[in-house]
Design a protein around this ligand. Structure first.
Ligand SMILES: [Zn+2]
Length: 258
């Protein structure tokens, strides 16, 4: 933890008090909550996923349509990590808070499904999910596990059983529109909450970074737990620059008197 530890513990207590007093808390989570589960932030040049391709050049819908094999080649190491990943103490802490009625909705920028695996419900995956695949021609949807495991093992790109066209993972690519219904639910949740927890995101990816701004504009309070700085740090009622897997269980314990 940064700063002196007494100050950090005070901030944890403050964050817990805000959660206890809130009538409607939502959370926005990003790549930082899944890095302790071994999933690299694919937008980060340090992730190791930039060595051959730049994600924006290969992980766009246009690129997928023209060179699906290149996209799948790029996805391979990320998919390997995601399929092997387990929820970490930060995911579990949010699930505990949600189960106890202290957290309504989790809006996540992650595609790894770890919130759901941790036992959370009402998870809005605004960047889509790697849990399913959709045919690029007839739009039939398939559960991903079997196809992705086959792909990871044999490196054969998945095709639709109905029409033979290429299947695309239901992750939102760079030039692809966000899932409209999910996005509208996320906006509505932010406009109606009185507290938003921003967890493990540096708020650099638009338009998700606008969600806490909408919450603030509607009078919500703001808790930020993130390793690095964000542009909303100055607006935070409780600001903790630390490892989310270390701090979130402490906040949950304090709220739940565990
Ligand atoms: Zn098809």
């Amino acid at each position: 933890m940064t700063g002196n530890s007494t100050e950090s513990l005070d901030t944890i207590t403050l964050a817990a008090d805000l959660i206890k007093k809130s009538h409607s808390t939502v959370s926005l989570t990003g790549a930082g909550i899944s890095t302790p589960s071994g999933i690299p932030d694919f937008r980060s040049p340090q992730s190791g996923l930039w060595t051959k391709y730049e994600p924006m050049e290969v992980a766009s819908l246009t690129a997928f349509r023209h060179h699906p094999e290149q996209f799948y080649h790029w996805l391979h190491p990320l998919a390997l990590r995601i399929l092997a990943a387990k929820p970490n103490p930060a995911h579990l802490a949010l699930a505990r808070l949600q189960l106890a009625g202290y957290l309504s909705v989790i809006i996540t920028q992650n595609i790894d499904g770890l919130h759901t695996q941790a036992g959370s419900t009402d998870v809005l995956e605004v960047h889509g999910t790697l849990d399913s695949l959709t045919c690029t021609n007839c739009y039939r949807q398939y559960p991903a596990t079997e196809y992705l495991e086959h792909y990871l093992q044999y490196r054969e790109i998945p095709y639709c059983k109905e029409c033979g066209s290429i299947l695309k993972p239901d992750v939102i690519l760079y030039d692809e529109q966000l899932p409209v219904r999910t996005w509208l639910k996320a906006e509505a949740a932010c406009k109606h909450c009185d507290l938003i927890l921003v967890i493990g995101t540096s708020l650099e990816v638009m338009p998700s970074a606008r969600l806490p701004v909408q919450a603030l504009e509607h009078g919500a309070q703001l808790v930020i737990v993130n390793n690095g700085e964000t542009f909303l740090d100055v607006r935070a009622d409780a600001l903790i620059h630390a490892d989310v897997a270390e701090v979130l269980p402490m906040i949950a314990d304090e709220v739940l008197n565990a």
